[in-house]
Design a protein around this ligand. Structure first.
Ligand code: SAH
Ligand code: SF4
Ligand code: F3S
Length: 441
Protein backbone atom coordinates (compact mmCIF):
# COMPACT_ATOMS: atom_id res chain seq x y z
CA UNK A 1 0.00 0.00 0.00
CA UNK A 2 2.97 2.29 0.53
CA UNK A 3 3.15 4.08 -2.80
CA UNK A 4 5.09 7.18 -3.77
CA UNK A 5 7.01 7.17 -0.54
CA UNK A 6 10.68 7.24 -1.43
CA UNK A 7 12.38 10.25 -2.95
CA UNK A 8 15.60 11.39 -4.56
CA UNK A 9 16.69 15.00 -5.04
CA UNK A 10 19.00 15.96 -7.88
CA UNK A 11 20.46 19.41 -7.47
CA UNK A 12 22.00 21.57 -10.21
CA UNK A 13 23.65 25.00 -10.06
CA UNK A 14 24.80 27.15 -7.19
CA UNK A 15 25.21 26.70 -3.45
CA UNK A 16 21.82 28.23 -2.86
CA UNK A 17 20.24 25.36 -4.73
CA UNK A 18 22.24 22.96 -2.58
CA UNK A 19 20.96 24.71 0.53
CA UNK A 20 17.40 24.63 -0.82
CA UNK A 21 17.73 20.94 -1.66
CA UNK A 22 18.65 20.25 1.97
CA UNK A 23 15.54 22.12 3.04
CA UNK A 24 13.38 20.15 0.60
CA UNK A 25 14.96 16.99 1.98
CA UNK A 26 13.87 17.98 5.52
CA UNK A 27 10.43 18.90 4.28
CA UNK A 28 9.85 15.53 2.64
CA UNK A 29 11.27 13.56 5.59
CA UNK A 30 8.93 15.47 7.91
CA UNK A 31 6.06 14.60 5.58
CA UNK A 32 6.66 10.87 5.87
CA UNK A 33 8.78 10.25 2.80
CA UNK A 34 11.97 8.21 2.88
CA UNK A 35 15.31 8.94 1.26
CA UNK A 36 16.33 6.71 -1.60
CA UNK A 37 20.01 6.51 -2.43
CA UNK A 38 19.23 5.41 -5.98
CA UNK A 39 17.47 7.71 -8.43
CA UNK A 40 16.09 4.78 -10.47
CA UNK A 41 14.35 3.25 -7.45
CA UNK A 42 12.80 6.43 -6.08
CA UNK A 43 9.04 6.97 -6.41
CA UNK A 44 9.42 10.75 -6.36
CA UNK A 45 12.28 12.58 -8.03
CA UNK A 46 12.82 16.26 -7.36
CA UNK A 47 14.98 18.02 -9.95
CA UNK A 48 16.20 21.27 -8.39
CA UNK A 49 17.24 23.12 -11.52
CA UNK A 50 19.57 25.90 -12.64
CA UNK A 51 18.89 28.28 -15.51
CA UNK A 52 22.12 30.28 -15.52
CA UNK A 53 23.49 28.90 -18.80
CA UNK A 54 21.71 27.14 -21.64
CA UNK A 55 23.54 23.85 -21.04
CA UNK A 56 22.54 23.72 -17.37
CA UNK A 57 18.91 24.39 -18.28
CA UNK A 58 18.81 21.74 -21.01
CA UNK A 59 20.50 19.03 -19.01
CA UNK A 60 17.50 18.49 -16.77
CA UNK A 61 15.35 17.35 -19.69
CA UNK A 62 17.74 14.63 -20.76
CA UNK A 63 18.07 13.56 -17.12
CA UNK A 64 14.29 13.32 -16.77
CA UNK A 65 14.15 11.31 -20.00
CA UNK A 66 16.65 8.84 -18.60
CA UNK A 67 14.70 8.13 -15.40
CA UNK A 68 11.24 7.97 -16.99
CA UNK A 69 12.17 5.94 -20.06
CA UNK A 70 11.29 2.60 -18.51
CA UNK A 71 9.16 3.63 -15.56
CA UNK A 72 6.25 5.99 -16.13
CA UNK A 73 4.89 5.60 -12.61
CA UNK A 74 7.39 7.94 -11.02
CA UNK A 75 6.34 11.36 -9.80
CA UNK A 76 8.57 14.04 -11.32
CA UNK A 77 8.86 17.45 -9.68
CA UNK A 78 10.82 20.10 -11.57
CA UNK A 79 11.64 22.88 -9.10
CA UNK A 80 14.06 25.82 -8.94
CA UNK A 81 15.22 28.36 -11.49
CA UNK A 82 14.17 26.57 -14.71
CA UNK A 83 10.71 26.11 -13.19
CA UNK A 84 10.51 29.84 -12.53
CA UNK A 85 11.78 30.80 -15.99
CA UNK A 86 9.94 28.31 -18.20
CA UNK A 87 6.74 27.95 -16.19
CA UNK A 88 3.96 25.88 -17.81
CA UNK A 89 6.02 25.57 -21.02
CA UNK A 90 7.71 22.73 -19.12
CA UNK A 91 4.63 20.51 -19.36
CA UNK A 92 4.74 20.94 -23.14
CA UNK A 93 8.44 20.15 -23.33
CA UNK A 94 8.19 17.01 -21.22
CA UNK A 95 4.93 15.19 -20.57
CA UNK A 96 6.35 13.21 -17.67
CA UNK A 97 6.76 16.26 -15.43
CA UNK A 98 3.99 16.29 -12.79
CA UNK A 99 4.89 19.28 -10.63
CA UNK A 100 6.48 22.63 -11.49
CA UNK A 101 7.50 24.75 -8.52
CA UNK A 102 9.50 28.00 -8.35
CA UNK A 103 12.23 28.66 -5.76
CA UNK A 104 10.11 30.85 -3.50
CA UNK A 105 7.47 28.25 -2.68
CA UNK A 106 9.16 24.99 -1.70
CA UNK A 107 7.09 24.79 1.46
CA UNK A 108 4.07 24.06 -0.80
CA UNK A 109 5.61 20.87 -2.18
CA UNK A 110 3.93 18.38 0.22
CA UNK A 111 0.53 19.96 -0.44
CA UNK A 112 1.08 19.85 -4.19
CA UNK A 113 2.16 16.21 -4.03
CA UNK A 114 -1.07 15.33 -2.23
CA UNK A 115 -3.16 17.30 -4.73
CA UNK A 116 -1.38 15.63 -7.61
CA UNK A 117 -2.09 12.20 -6.21
CA UNK A 118 -5.70 12.94 -5.34
CA UNK A 119 -6.78 14.74 -8.51
CA UNK A 120 -4.27 13.07 -10.84
CA UNK A 121 -3.57 16.50 -12.30
CA UNK A 122 -0.40 18.43 -12.97
CA UNK A 123 0.46 21.06 -10.35
CA UNK A 124 2.22 24.39 -10.80
CA UNK A 125 3.23 27.32 -8.58
CA UNK A 126 5.71 29.97 -9.67
CA UNK A 127 4.60 32.96 -7.59
CA UNK A 128 7.09 35.07 -5.66
CA UNK A 129 5.79 34.54 -2.13
CA UNK A 130 8.62 36.36 -0.45
CA UNK A 131 10.13 34.67 2.57
CA UNK A 132 7.20 32.49 3.51
CA UNK A 133 9.34 29.46 2.86
CA UNK A 134 11.97 30.41 5.44
CA UNK A 135 9.35 30.51 8.18
CA UNK A 136 7.53 27.43 7.04
CA UNK A 137 10.25 24.89 6.46
CA UNK A 138 11.18 23.19 9.70
CA UNK A 139 14.58 21.65 9.94
CA UNK A 140 14.92 17.90 10.19
CA UNK A 141 17.10 16.97 13.17
CA UNK A 142 19.94 15.36 11.33
CA UNK A 143 23.65 15.87 11.98
CA UNK A 144 24.98 18.82 10.04
CA UNK A 145 28.32 19.21 8.38
CA UNK A 146 31.30 20.96 9.92
CA UNK A 147 30.85 23.63 7.25
CA UNK A 148 27.25 24.72 6.66
CA UNK A 149 25.43 27.22 4.49
CA UNK A 150 22.79 29.64 5.69
CA UNK A 151 20.84 31.64 3.13
CA UNK A 152 20.58 35.20 4.46
CA UNK A 153 19.53 37.03 1.32
CA UNK A 154 17.81 36.01 -1.88
CA UNK A 155 17.07 37.60 -5.19
CA UNK A 156 18.69 40.35 -7.18
CA UNK A 157 17.76 43.87 -8.30
CA UNK A 158 20.89 44.47 -10.34
CA UNK A 159 19.90 43.16 -13.77
CA UNK A 160 23.29 42.51 -15.33
CA UNK A 161 22.65 42.28 -19.05
CA UNK A 162 23.56 38.58 -19.31
CA UNK A 163 21.85 37.20 -16.24
CA UNK A 164 18.57 35.38 -15.52
CA UNK A 165 18.79 35.47 -11.72
CA UNK A 166 16.63 38.62 -11.23
CA UNK A 167 13.91 36.81 -13.19
CA UNK A 168 14.25 33.42 -11.53
CA UNK A 169 14.88 34.47 -7.93
CA UNK A 170 12.90 37.71 -7.87
CA UNK A 171 13.66 40.96 -6.03
CA UNK A 172 16.26 41.28 -3.27
CA UNK A 173 15.03 40.10 0.07
CA UNK A 174 16.90 39.78 3.39
CA UNK A 175 15.96 37.38 6.17
CA UNK A 176 15.59 38.55 9.77
CA UNK A 177 18.77 38.63 11.81
CA UNK A 178 17.06 36.70 14.62
CA UNK A 179 16.18 33.76 12.38
CA UNK A 180 19.71 33.65 10.95
CA UNK A 181 21.40 33.70 14.36
CA UNK A 182 18.98 31.04 15.59
CA UNK A 183 19.78 28.85 12.59
CA UNK A 184 23.52 29.36 13.15
CA UNK A 185 23.20 28.40 16.84
CA UNK A 186 21.23 25.28 15.98
CA UNK A 187 23.82 24.27 13.37
CA UNK A 188 26.71 24.64 15.82
CA UNK A 189 24.86 22.44 18.32
CA UNK A 190 24.95 19.67 15.73
CA UNK A 191 28.61 20.06 14.84
CA UNK A 192 28.97 23.05 12.51
CA UNK A 193 32.12 25.14 13.03
CA UNK A 194 32.13 27.13 9.81
CA UNK A 195 29.17 29.17 8.58
CA UNK A 196 28.93 30.26 4.96
CA UNK A 197 26.40 33.06 4.60
CA UNK A 198 24.69 32.76 1.23
CA UNK A 199 22.95 35.18 -1.06
CA UNK A 200 22.73 36.05 -4.75
CA UNK A 201 24.01 39.43 -3.61
CA UNK A 202 24.97 38.50 -0.12
CA UNK A 203 26.59 41.80 0.79
CA UNK A 204 23.46 43.70 -0.21
CA UNK A 205 22.00 42.22 3.00
CA UNK A 206 19.88 44.84 4.79
CA UNK A 207 17.48 44.12 7.60
CA UNK A 208 15.58 46.50 9.86
CA UNK A 209 14.30 44.94 13.08
CA UNK A 210 11.19 45.96 15.03
CA UNK A 211 13.18 48.51 17.06
CA UNK A 212 14.10 50.20 13.77
CA UNK A 213 17.72 49.06 14.10
CA UNK A 214 19.26 48.49 10.71
CA UNK A 215 21.61 45.56 10.13
CA UNK A 216 24.13 45.38 7.30
CA UNK A 217 26.05 42.21 6.47
CA UNK A 218 28.93 43.51 8.64
CA UNK A 219 26.66 43.77 11.70
CA UNK A 220 25.24 40.35 10.91
CA UNK A 221 28.74 38.83 10.69
CA UNK A 222 29.60 40.40 14.06
CA UNK A 223 26.45 38.87 15.58
CA UNK A 224 27.18 35.42 14.15
CA UNK A 225 30.79 35.61 15.33
CA UNK A 226 29.57 36.05 18.92
CA UNK A 227 28.48 32.39 18.84
CA UNK A 228 31.44 30.75 20.51
CA UNK A 229 31.35 27.49 18.59
CA UNK A 230 31.46 29.31 15.26
CA UNK A 231 35.15 29.31 14.35
CA UNK A 232 34.98 30.55 10.78
CA UNK A 233 32.68 32.77 8.75
CA UNK A 234 32.51 33.24 4.99
CA UNK A 235 29.98 34.96 2.73
CA UNK A 236 29.21 34.42 -0.92
CA UNK A 237 28.43 35.67 -3.55
CA UNK A 238 29.24 39.30 -3.06
CA UNK A 239 28.94 42.07 -5.60
CA UNK A 240 31.74 44.67 -5.90
CA UNK A 241 29.25 47.54 -5.60
CA UNK A 242 28.17 46.37 -2.15
CA UNK A 243 31.72 46.06 -0.77
CA UNK A 244 31.31 49.10 1.47
CA UNK A 245 34.01 50.43 3.75
CA UNK A 246 32.46 48.88 6.85
CA UNK A 247 32.70 45.42 5.29
CA UNK A 248 36.24 45.96 4.01
CA UNK A 249 37.37 47.12 7.46
CA UNK A 250 35.70 44.10 9.07
CA UNK A 251 38.17 41.87 7.24
CA UNK A 252 40.88 43.55 9.29
CA UNK A 253 39.12 43.34 12.65
CA UNK A 254 36.99 40.19 12.76
CA UNK A 255 39.29 37.20 13.20
CA UNK A 256 36.56 34.68 12.41
CA UNK A 257 36.05 36.19 8.98
CA UNK A 258 38.24 34.18 6.61
CA UNK A 259 40.90 35.95 4.50
CA UNK A 260 39.43 34.62 1.28
CA UNK A 261 36.74 36.34 -0.74
CA UNK A 262 34.87 35.38 -3.89
CA UNK A 263 34.30 38.67 -5.68
CA UNK A 264 33.13 38.10 -9.26
CA UNK A 265 34.48 40.65 -11.72
CA UNK A 266 33.21 39.04 -14.99
CA UNK A 267 35.55 41.03 -17.26
CA UNK A 268 38.68 43.16 -17.04
CA UNK A 269 37.48 45.60 -19.70
CA UNK A 270 35.61 48.78 -18.77
CA UNK A 271 33.73 48.75 -22.07
CA UNK A 272 32.48 45.22 -21.56
CA UNK A 273 31.61 45.90 -17.91
CA UNK A 274 29.55 48.84 -19.10
CA UNK A 275 27.72 46.72 -21.69
CA UNK A 276 27.18 44.09 -19.01
CA UNK A 277 25.55 46.73 -16.79
CA UNK A 278 27.88 45.84 -13.92
CA UNK A 279 28.01 49.51 -12.78
CA UNK A 280 31.67 49.53 -11.70
CA UNK A 281 34.90 49.98 -13.57
CA UNK A 282 38.21 48.20 -13.24
CA UNK A 283 39.92 50.92 -11.27
CA UNK A 284 37.09 50.75 -8.70
CA UNK A 285 37.41 46.97 -8.55
CA UNK A 286 41.17 47.17 -8.06
CA UNK A 287 40.65 49.77 -5.34
CA UNK A 288 38.47 47.33 -3.37
CA UNK A 289 41.11 44.60 -3.68
CA UNK A 290 43.89 46.99 -2.62
CA UNK A 291 41.90 48.13 0.41
CA UNK A 292 41.14 44.56 1.43
CA UNK A 293 44.82 43.66 1.20
CA UNK A 294 45.73 46.72 3.24
CA UNK A 295 43.49 45.75 6.15
CA UNK A 296 44.25 42.02 5.79
CA UNK A 297 47.62 41.50 4.09
CA UNK A 298 47.12 37.75 3.55
CA UNK A 299 43.76 38.29 1.83
CA UNK A 300 43.19 36.23 -1.34
CA UNK A 301 40.52 36.66 -3.99
CA UNK A 302 38.66 34.34 -6.33
CA UNK A 303 36.36 35.38 -9.14
CA UNK A 304 33.92 34.52 -11.93
CA UNK A 305 34.63 35.40 -15.55
CA UNK A 306 32.42 35.48 -18.61
CA UNK A 307 34.33 35.05 -21.85
CA UNK A 308 32.94 36.12 -25.21
CA UNK A 309 30.25 38.53 -24.08
CA UNK A 310 28.78 40.09 -27.28
CA UNK A 311 31.25 42.60 -28.66
CA UNK A 312 34.27 41.36 -26.64
CA UNK A 313 37.35 42.17 -28.70
CA UNK A 314 40.87 40.80 -28.50
CA UNK A 315 41.77 44.00 -26.63
CA UNK A 316 38.96 43.51 -24.08
CA UNK A 317 40.13 39.95 -23.52
CA UNK A 318 43.70 41.15 -23.00
CA UNK A 319 42.39 43.56 -20.35
CA UNK A 320 40.89 40.56 -18.53
CA UNK A 321 44.27 38.78 -18.62
CA UNK A 322 45.94 41.94 -17.30
CA UNK A 323 43.51 42.09 -14.40
CA UNK A 324 44.23 38.44 -13.58
CA UNK A 325 47.92 39.36 -13.39
CA UNK A 326 47.20 42.33 -11.17
CA UNK A 327 44.97 40.57 -8.65
CA UNK A 328 46.48 37.07 -8.83
CA UNK A 329 43.10 35.37 -8.45
CA UNK A 330 43.00 32.00 -6.71
CA UNK A 331 40.49 29.32 -7.71
CA UNK A 332 38.14 31.02 -10.17
CA UNK A 333 35.21 30.01 -12.36
CA UNK A 334 35.10 30.94 -16.01
CA UNK A 335 32.53 30.21 -18.70
CA UNK A 336 31.76 31.16 -22.24
CA UNK A 337 28.88 33.61 -22.42
CA UNK A 338 25.55 31.86 -22.88
CA UNK A 339 22.67 33.78 -24.39
CA UNK A 340 19.62 33.63 -22.13
CA UNK A 341 16.07 34.35 -23.29
CA UNK A 342 14.59 37.55 -21.92
CA UNK A 343 17.90 39.18 -20.95
CA UNK A 344 19.14 42.46 -22.39
CA UNK A 345 22.32 40.91 -23.80
CA UNK A 346 20.24 38.52 -25.90
CA UNK A 347 19.35 41.51 -28.10
CA UNK A 348 22.99 42.49 -28.73
CA UNK A 349 24.56 41.26 -31.94
CA UNK A 350 27.26 38.71 -31.25
CA UNK A 351 29.75 38.22 -34.07
CA UNK A 352 32.71 36.58 -32.34
CA UNK A 353 32.98 32.98 -33.59
CA UNK A 354 32.68 30.23 -30.98
CA UNK A 355 36.13 28.84 -31.82
CA UNK A 356 37.63 32.21 -30.93
CA UNK A 357 35.72 32.26 -27.62
CA UNK A 358 36.88 28.74 -26.83
CA UNK A 359 40.47 29.72 -27.49
CA UNK A 360 40.18 32.75 -25.18
CA UNK A 361 38.61 30.61 -22.48
CA UNK A 362 41.41 28.05 -22.65
CA UNK A 363 44.06 30.78 -22.43
CA UNK A 364 42.35 32.29 -19.39
CA UNK A 365 41.81 28.94 -17.70
CA UNK A 366 45.43 27.93 -18.21
CA UNK A 367 46.55 31.16 -16.58
CA UNK A 368 44.14 30.74 -13.66
CA UNK A 369 45.27 27.16 -13.14
CA UNK A 370 48.92 28.21 -13.11
CA UNK A 371 48.18 30.83 -10.48
CA UNK A 372 46.36 28.28 -8.37
CA UNK A 373 49.25 25.83 -8.59
CA UNK A 374 51.76 28.53 -7.76
CA UNK A 375 49.71 29.48 -4.70
CA UNK A 376 49.35 25.88 -3.53
CA UNK A 377 53.10 25.34 -3.94
CA UNK A 378 53.78 28.10 -1.40
CA UNK A 379 52.23 25.76 1.21
CA UNK A 380 54.44 22.80 0.33
CA UNK A 381 56.94 21.59 2.95
CA UNK A 382 55.32 23.87 5.49
CA UNK A 383 53.04 23.44 8.46
CA UNK A 384 49.58 24.82 7.94
CA UNK A 385 48.10 25.14 11.41
CA UNK A 386 44.52 25.88 10.70
CA UNK A 387 43.08 23.12 8.57
CA UNK A 388 39.46 22.66 9.57
CA UNK A 389 38.77 18.92 9.48
CA UNK A 390 35.44 18.30 7.75
CA UNK A 391 35.27 14.52 7.52
CA UNK A 392 37.00 11.17 7.69
CA UNK A 393 37.45 8.99 4.62
CA UNK A 394 34.93 6.15 4.61
CA UNK A 395 37.09 3.83 2.58
CA UNK A 396 40.31 4.49 4.47
CA UNK A 397 39.85 5.76 8.06
CA UNK A 398 43.46 6.90 8.25
CA UNK A 399 42.63 9.77 5.92
CA UNK A 400 40.79 12.95 6.71
CA UNK A 401 39.57 15.83 4.59
CA UNK A 402 39.78 19.46 5.59
CA UNK A 403 40.17 22.99 4.26
CA UNK A 404 42.57 25.84 4.84
CA UNK A 405 41.29 29.39 5.46
CA UNK A 406 41.70 29.86 1.68
CA UNK A 407 39.32 26.99 0.96
CA UNK A 408 42.07 24.74 -0.40
CA UNK A 409 41.09 21.08 0.01
CA UNK A 410 43.58 19.22 2.24
CA UNK A 411 43.93 15.44 2.48
CA UNK A 412 45.50 14.52 5.81
CA UNK A 413 46.95 11.19 6.88
CA UNK A 414 46.46 10.65 10.61
CA UNK A 415 45.25 8.10 13.16
CA UNK A 416 43.90 10.54 15.69
CA UNK A 417 41.98 13.48 14.36
CA UNK A 418 38.56 14.70 15.37
CA UNK A 419 36.13 15.97 12.79
CA UNK A 420 35.45 19.65 13.56
CA UNK A 421 38.89 20.45 14.99
CA UNK A 422 41.44 22.79 13.47
CA UNK A 423 44.55 20.71 12.85
CA UNK A 424 48.14 21.54 12.11
CA UNK A 425 49.15 19.73 8.94
CA UNK A 426 52.61 19.24 7.44
CA UNK A 427 52.00 19.65 3.71
CA UNK A 428 54.08 17.27 1.60
CA UNK A 429 52.74 17.57 -1.94
CA UNK A 430 50.15 19.47 -3.92
CA UNK A 431 48.57 19.93 -7.30
CA UNK A 432 46.56 22.90 -8.55
CA UNK A 433 43.44 21.66 -6.77
CA UNK A 434 44.54 20.19 -3.44
CA UNK A 435 47.17 19.88 -0.73
CA UNK A 436 48.33 16.56 0.78
CA UNK A 437 50.06 16.02 4.12
CA UNK A 438 50.37 14.42 7.56
CA UNK A 439 49.26 15.60 10.96
CA UNK A 440 52.24 17.51 12.34
CA UNK A 441 53.39 17.04 15.95
N1 SAH B 1 25.51 37.51 -8.16
C1 SAH B 1 26.78 37.08 -8.58
C2 SAH B 1 26.78 35.94 -9.57
C3 SAH B 1 25.62 35.01 -9.71
S1 SAH B 1 25.55 34.00 -11.15
C4 SAH B 1 27.51 38.28 -9.19
O1 SAH B 1 26.92 39.26 -9.49
O2 SAH B 1 28.68 38.18 -9.42
C5 SAH B 1 27.06 33.09 -11.07
C6 SAH B 1 27.97 33.30 -12.23
O3 SAH B 1 27.44 32.75 -13.40
C7 SAH B 1 28.23 34.76 -12.58
O4 SAH B 1 29.21 35.33 -11.78
C8 SAH B 1 28.63 34.68 -14.04
O5 SAH B 1 30.03 34.61 -14.17
C9 SAH B 1 27.98 33.39 -14.53
N2 SAH B 1 26.90 33.69 -15.48
C10 SAH B 1 25.74 34.29 -15.23
N3 SAH B 1 25.02 34.42 -16.36
C11 SAH B 1 25.77 33.89 -17.37
C12 SAH B 1 25.59 33.74 -18.77
N4 SAH B 1 24.50 34.18 -19.37
N5 SAH B 1 26.58 33.14 -19.48
C13 SAH B 1 27.70 32.70 -18.87
N6 SAH B 1 27.93 32.83 -17.57
C14 SAH B 1 26.98 33.41 -16.80
FE1 SF4 C 1 23.08 38.07 -11.94
FE2 SF4 C 1 24.24 40.44 -11.87
FE3 SF4 C 1 22.40 39.82 -10.07
FE4 SF4 C 1 24.79 38.66 -10.00
S1 SF4 C 1 24.36 40.83 -9.69
S2 SF4 C 1 22.81 37.65 -9.76
S3 SF4 C 1 25.28 38.46 -12.14
S4 SF4 C 1 22.05 40.07 -12.26
FE1 F3S D 1 21.44 28.64 -11.22
FE2 F3S D 1 19.38 29.70 -10.02
FE3 F3S D 1 21.67 29.42 -8.73
S1 F3S D 1 19.94 30.01 -12.12
S2 F3S D 1 23.17 29.63 -10.35
S3 F3S D 1 20.41 27.80 -9.46
S4 F3S D 1 20.24 31.11 -8.56
Amino acid sequence: MMKNKTFFIKSYGCQMNEYDSNKINSLLLNDGYFNSSDIQNADLIVFNTCNIREKAAQKVYSDIGRVTKEDKSKTIALVGCVAQAENDEIFKKNKDVDIVLGPQSYHLLPKMLKAHKYYQEKQINTEFIINEKFDLIREEKSPKGVSSYITIQEGCDKFCAFCVVPFTRGPEYSRSIESIVKEAEALTESGTREIILLGQNVNAYQYIDNKEISYSISKLIDEVSKIEKVKRIRYTTSHPNNMDNELIQLHGSNEKLMPFLHLPVQSGSDEILNKMNRKYNISEYKHIIDNLKTVRPNMEISSDFIIGFPGETEKDFQATLDLVDYVGFKQSYSFIYSERPGTKAATIEDITPLVEKKLRLSILQKKLEELQLEFNKTFCNKNVDNVLIENQSQSNPEYYFGRTPFLQPVYVKSKNLTVGEEASVAIETCNHKSLYGMLSN
